[in-house]
Ligand binder design. Structure first.
Ligand code: ZN
Length: 146
């Protein structure tokens, strides 16, 4: 999944998990958490070329738990829950392909990955999904502030 799809999943999680729609800090934390695994691993793998592929250091259960602990300690329990939700949503929707869930405790044969590239049909579908998620978010927000 690409950035628009991950953001759409994050916004949908924000709605389904009943986070306050007017709390922009929690929404921001959730959305950054929903993008963090790709920001970290694609930077490490494709830009810095320190690891093969784009799923390794941040696409596993240990980085999910450690980063959630850090966010919880720095920002608070609700922010930690928002981070955990966004991050977990990212890992779950990515799990249709290679996912090193237990790296670095378990050895993996990391695939080379496709690099930073986008398929037009996926981007269009995910962007439409994101637009739909944003519309639902604002309709919900408008209903709640009345
Ligand atoms: Zn990912």
């Amino acid at each position: 999944m690409n950035i628009p799809g991950h953001l759409a999943v994050g916004i949908t999680q924000h709605h389904l998990l009943n986070f306050p729609p007017d709390d922009k800090k929690l929404l921001t934390v959730l959305l950054v958490g929903s993008l963090f695994p790709d920001i970290a691993d694609k930077t490490i793998g494709y830009i810095l070329k320190l690891m093969p592929g784009g799923r390794h250091c941040a696409h596993n259960i240990f980085s999910l738990l450690a980063s959630t602990l850090i966010i919880t300690k720095l920002v608070g329990n609700l922010a930690g829950y928002a981070w955990f939700s966004g991050y977990t949503g990212h890992l779950l929707v990515d799990s249709d392909r290679f996912m090193p869930w237990f790296f670095p405790l378990k050895a993996y044969n990391f695939p080379k990955g496709r690099g930073i590239s986008f398929q037009a049909d996926s981007m269009i579908k995910e962007t439409l999904l994101l637009v739909l998620a944003v519309i639902i978010f604002y309709v919900n927000y408008a209903r709640r502030i009345k």
